[in-house]
Structure formats: structure tokens, C-alpha cells
Write a protein that binds this ligand. Structure first.
Ligand SMILES: Nc1ncnc2c1ncn2[C@@H]1O[C@H](COP(=O)(O)OP(=O)(O)OP(=O)(O)O)[C@@H](O)[C@H]1O
Ligand SMILES: [Mg+2]
Length: 261
């Protein structure tokens, strides 16, 4: 397989109808590494994240202009099927969202089945085990695979959702505050997992927890807004150590020191 390429975002403007929510994002996101996005509430972090797998446009009136290139392909090219983009670029949400009526097994395989890949029971079992091991959940659930996914703890449910995401073998995994509903132990478990996943996947994670950003990410991007109703901008992105110790932009510095000091 060819070496993974960066995600190239060029001149991206993101709208909700008439409202310009995020303006002029130009960024390269490095492959097989973790990029954290930080910034105040409402600055457009989640909005930006959802444009990376064409989830933004499912909201009525929402659209984006500009270019997002993943592994050399412009995902907004009219020839590209957004369903295929969402398979290549998986997403994990703030609140774990296992399918409530499904077993643990069926939850892991849900995306695989949606993608219409016809596979044998044996192949499905193997894939399920690999995804659960990859999500660091296998040992905790291997004896209860036919029990409901909803019967797991919050941290286990979040790892189940990560297993479901990686089961379809995406290229990129987007995570929007994946630990914000979790206790510190489960949070550390997810952070360890993110660290392992970056060997294989390009990961973009939104977090309000700056310690988390500094623990898990290689690069950190800071988004900000000038005021309510104004669009959010990517102010700067750099190596995580640099952002937290020696940012170039005073807005970044104010934000970082405001939270830490
Ligand atoms: N479905 C929507 N329809 C209209 N406007 C929206 C919608 N979702 C978000 N917005 C607006 O877009 C802007 C950016 O919101 P977004 O949720 O991306 O911010 P955020 O940085 O993720 O904030 P938070 O840290 O609170 O999650 C906000 O002004 C928000 O009100
Ligand atoms: Mg958000």
C-alpha cells in the first residue's frame, strides 16, 4: 500500500445556510499522527471536523466551499460518493452511541454490514475480534458478545464505538470530545488507545482538555472567534509542545495561559 498522505484543506469556508461558521481554513493534517483541535466553545471545531467526512452537509442548508483532499482525492469532487467518504473517514462522538437494540457483536459489525460487504460468519467473527482487540475491549467483553452493547459502562461503550469505527478499516478517525463524558481512568484508557491507533490511522481529535491535547497529540491547532456571529478561524497549528510552550500568536497564548494560569 502506498504511504498515506496528509489531509490537505484549502480555503475552506463552512456555512449553515446564511451563517458563515468557519472561514478560510488552510491546513495540512499529517498522516498516522494525532492532531488535536482546541479553542473556545462555538468557534467551529465540531463544524470543521464534520467537513472532513462530509457529515456537515447532512444538516439542512449546510454546505462547505473549498477543497479537502484525503489521500490525494478531493472528497468534495462531484464524482465522489459521500457514503464512501464516511467509510474512509470514521467518526467517534462525544457521547458513546452504541445501537441500543444490538448486541456487542452486532454493534462492532454494524458499519461493515451497512457498507454492504458480504462476509462469512467466520470472517465476521475474525474482524469483530480484531476490532475489539484494537479498541482494547476484547478481554472485557469476549464472554458476553451476544449481550446488549448498552449493558457496558460508559468507557466500555466508547471503546465499543471505536471498535465499530475501526472495523470498517478507515483511513482517518475523527473524534469529537470522545472522553468528555468519561471518568479519569476510562479517559486514560482511551488516550492509550489513541496512542496505539495512530500507528495505523490518521487521527483528529477535538478536546476541551488541554492536558489531554498535550498528552495525546503530535500537533495542535487552535481555533478562535472574534465574537458571537463572527466566523471561526484556525489561528495557528504547530507541534503540540510549541503550541503549549511557545505559540506564535498572542490569541493562542492568551487562551492557553487563561486555562492553565
Ligand atoms: N446545526 C447547526 N445549525 C446552525 N448553526 C450551527 C449548527 N451547529 C453549530 N452551529 C453554529 O456554528 C458555530 C460553530 O459551532 P460548533 O459546534 O462547530 O462549535 P465548537 O467549537 O464545536 O463548540 P463546542 O466547544 O461548544 O463544542 C456556532 O456558532 C454554532 O452555533
Ligand atoms: Mg463541538
Amino acid at each position: 500500500m502506498a504511504a498515506p498522505q496528509p489531509i490537505n484543506v484549502e480555503d475552506l469556508d463552512i456555512h449553515y445556510g446564511d451563517f458563515l461558521a468557519v472561514q478560510g481554513v488552510d491546513v495540512q493534517i499529517r498522516p498516522r499522527s494525532v492532531t488535536a483541535l482546541i479553542g473556545p466553545s462555538g468557534c467551529g471545531k465540531s463544524t470543521f471536523l464534520r467537513t472532513l467526512n462530509r457529515m456537515h452537509e447532512v444538516i439542512p442548508g449546510a454546505y462547505a466551499t473549498g477543497r479537502v483532499e484525503i489521500n490525494g482525492e478531493d472528497i468534495y469532487d462531484p464524482k465522489v460518493d459521500p457514503v464512501n467518504v464516511r467509510r474512509r473517514v470514521g467518526m467517534v462522538f462525544q457521547k458513546a452511541n452504541p445501537f441500543p437494540t444490538m448486541s456487542i457483536r452486532d454493534n462492532v459489525l454494524a458499519g461493515v454490514k451497512l457498507n454492504n460487504r458480504r462476509i462469512s460468519r467466520a470472517a465476521a467473527d475474525e474482524l469483530m475480534e480484531r476490532a475489539l482487540r484494537g479498541a482494547n475491549l476484547w478481554n472485557e467483553v469476549k464472554d458476553r458478545l451476544d449481550k446488549p452493547g448498552m449493558g457496558l459502562s460508559g468507557g466500555q461503550q466508547q471503546r465499543l464505538c471505536i471498535a465499530r469505527t475501526i472495523a470498517v478499516e478507515p483511513e482517518v478517525v475523527l473524534m469529537d470530545e470522545p472522553c468528555s463524558a468519561l471518568d479519569p481512568i476510562s479517559t486514560l484508557a482511551i488516550e492509550d488507545l489513541i496512542h496505539e491507533l495512530k500507528q495505523e490511522y490518521t487521527i483528529v481529535i477535538v478536546t476541551h482538555n488541554m492536558q489531554q491535547a498535550s498528552r495525546v497529540s503530535d500537533r495542535t491547532g487552535f481555533f478562535n472567534i472574534a465574537g458571537t456571529g463572527k466566523p471561526g478561524h484556525l489561528i495557528e497549528i504547530d507541534d503540540t509542545d510549541t503550541i503549549f510552550t511557545n505559540p506564535s500568536n498572542t490569541q493562542t497564548e492568551d487562551y492557553i495561559s487563561g486555562r492553565f494560569g
